[in-house]
Design a protein around this ligand. Structure first.
Ligand code: NAG
Ligand code: NAG
Length: 120
């Protein structure tokens, strides 16, 4: 799991969105660029293509408390959801990418997102 807002941003925020020919190529590129597959291919990862300030706000005014330290974003964010299909770490993990726009549920610590729990 993510341990900090900095780690969360590396794993889950890409804005402006990095250029790639299609969502799957985007995933294959980004998972390497962010070094998310050092020893195994991560089965799934989501990149939010929206500014980090708005995502940060999900733990404050831009979100609604679900339970515990979990907050749901009021608005949907553009994103690419990546799911592993085949290939080997560290550089050849292949993904199927899906472009979508969804609300997010995050865990917050000190008013900052530290874990992306799920897409809503
Ligand atoms: C947003 O990202 C920029 C660029 O990486 C960084 O300088 C800035 O500190 C981040 N903002 C927040 C609120 O973390
Ligand atoms: C987000 O939703 C909550 C609960 O409905 C509300 O209190 C808050 O004002 C909303 N934030 C924004 C920025 O609209």
């Amino acid at each position: 799991p993510e341990t900090s807002w900095e780690a969360f941003q590396n794993k889950h925020i890409d804005y402006p969105r990095t250029r790639a020919s299609n969502p799957s190529a985007y995933c294959n590129l980004m998972m390497v660029k962010r070094n998310l597959n050092p020893i195994r291919c991560k089965p799934r990862n989501t990149f939010i293509n929206h500014d980090n300030e708005s995502v940060l706000q999900v733990c404050g005014n831009g979100g609604t408390r679900w339970q515990g330290n979990f907050y749901d974003s009021n608005e949907s964010f553009p994103m690419i959801d990546c799911r592993y299909t085949d290939g080997k770490p560290p550089k050849d993990c292949k993904y199927k990418g899906t472009e979508t726009s969804k609300r997010i549920r995050v865990a917050c610590e000190e008013k900052k997102p530290v874990h992306l729990e799920k897409l809503l």
